[in-house]
Write a protein that binds this ligand. Structure first.
Ligand code: SAM
Length: 400
């Protein structure tokens, strides 16, 4: 790696501090130092969440093209000296506290300028002031501070803003079902594939602090490490009625009925496992946000769909939509009323669909028959022999 000029080091230090403290908002590198059209004329770097980790999307404009690359914080910091001072002359770092500029003055020398002021206000926080979130910004919330989404004094970290919004959107989905979840006794809740449990903690906060209910809530996941961390956080914050268990969704003991089953971004057929487990426990309400879908794509075939199959991305989306439509129809066959709704806008995550199902006390035979018929017709059209849930039905019937 080329030697970093002494006068650039303070800028890199500011950058490193902002990513570590979560105050980083954006970096723009501009002012080409030559007329060469083969090299970048501008670079913008914005934080994005990938599998719950903050990454930095490096967007490079070269001529009419835009090239994207996702970098870790360390890779981002290492990359700056390879472009700043040789290809581009100005870097502007926007954090939630300040705007810091590094300007190349020639002969390996950089001049730094640091400004506080209105430009330091995070765009998402400005937007947030217009919106009444269930968990508001600028109000300390212990589990969000623990999860690194807020600072201890309640400020949402710029790089975690997407997660903050996603959490609130998720709580809105649950709040819409408040009428169905009215019950004087303890609410029994299971989160299948809870992972790091941002949403489990958020749900616990909403039900116990906002709705003032008593809960018996379990977050479960196959990963012992995340379960150990979540258990430690729940103990430290003394969260009542919340526990975590390690295991496979399908192996979880059927331990009485539950009121609410949730599953967010449980990978591939783990969403099906969660739906099956929730139905077995006669969950009153199920909220599932599916993740990647791989099961049906290899099965889908047929001349009439050949036009879709020409384009990988269309085939992928189509297979995902068919999977979720069949899940919704399966839930209807189990006696649930189902809605498939938007979870969060596409700009934040491609996994933007939620399946929300409410158990019907006495489902009509006719509605079940219709759901079966629609499911059969859709599978026929797509050449699908069976889904994970169909095979689970067969196993369940055989076991009886
Ligand atoms: C993408 S993460 C989502 C975590 C969390 N629900 C969220 O939305 O932030 C998916 C989680 O599901 C868990 N998982 C996947 N398949 C599972 C299974 N069959 N049984 C239990 N956990 C599973 C993974 O270990 C992972 O933690």
């Amino acid at each position: 790696m080329s030697k970093v000029p002494e006068t650039l080091k303070p800028f890199l230090k500011e950058l490193s501090t902002s990513v570590r403290h979560g105050s980083y908002q954006k970096l723009v590198i501009s002012r080409p130092l030559s007329n060469n059209e083969q090299v970048p004329s501008k670079v913008t770097v914005r934080p994005i969440l990938i599998d719950e980790e903050t990454m930095y999307q490096w967007i490079e404009r070269v001529g009419p093209r835009e090239l994207h690359q996702n970098l870790s914080a360390d890779q981002l910091i290492q990359r700056i000296p390879s472009i700043l001072g040789s290809i581009l002359g100005d870097a502007r770092l926007f954090t939630s506290e300040a705007e810091i500029c590094a300007r190349y003055k020639g002969r390996g020398h950089f001049q730094l300028h640091r400004a506080k002021g209105p430009q330091a206000i995070a765009e998402p926080e400005a937007h947030n002031r217009e919106k009444n979130y269930i968990i508001p910004a600028n109000t300390p919330c212990p589990f969000l501070a623990k999860a690194g989404i807020m600072t201890a004094d309640g400020r949402v970290k710029a790089s975690m803003y997407h997660k903050f919004k996603q959490i609130n959107r998720y709580l809105e989905l649950i709040r819409d079902l408040k009428g169905t979840l009215q019950k004087p006794e303890t609410l029994r809740v299971v989160d299948y594939g809870c992972g790091k449990s941002y949403l489990t903690f958020a749900l616990h906060h909403y039900l116990t602090v906002v709705e003032k209910k008593t809960v018996e809530m379990t977050g479960m996941d196959q990963r012992p490490d995340v379960i150990a961390t979540c258990t430690a956080i729940a103990d430290e914050l003394q969260l009542e009625g919340l526990d975590f268990r390690v295991g496979q969704i399908v192996d979880l003991p059927i331990d009485g009925k539950i009121d609410l089953a949730v599953s967010l971004h449980a990978c591939d057929t783990a969403t099906d496992e969660a739906l099956a487990a929730a139905v077995l426990r006669e969950a009153q309400v199920i909220v599932a946000v599916p993740c990647c879908q791989h099961e049906l794509r290899p099965q889908i075939s047929g001349e009439s769909l050949a036009g879709l199959w020409k384009h990988g991305i269309l085939a992928e989306r189509f297979a995902a939509d068919v999977t979720d439509a069949l899940r919704a129809l399966w839930l209807e066959q189990q006696g649930y009323q189902v809605q498939v709704i938007e979870f969060i806008e596409l700009e934040h995550t491609p996994k933007n669909l939620a399946i929300r199902a409410v158990r019907v006390a006495k489902p009509s035979r006719e509605s079940i028959r219709l759901a079966e018929e629609k499911s059969r017709a859709l599978k026929e059209l797509c050449g699908i022999a069976s889904t994970w849930l169909d095979r689970w039905d067969i196993q369940r019937a055989d076991a009886k």
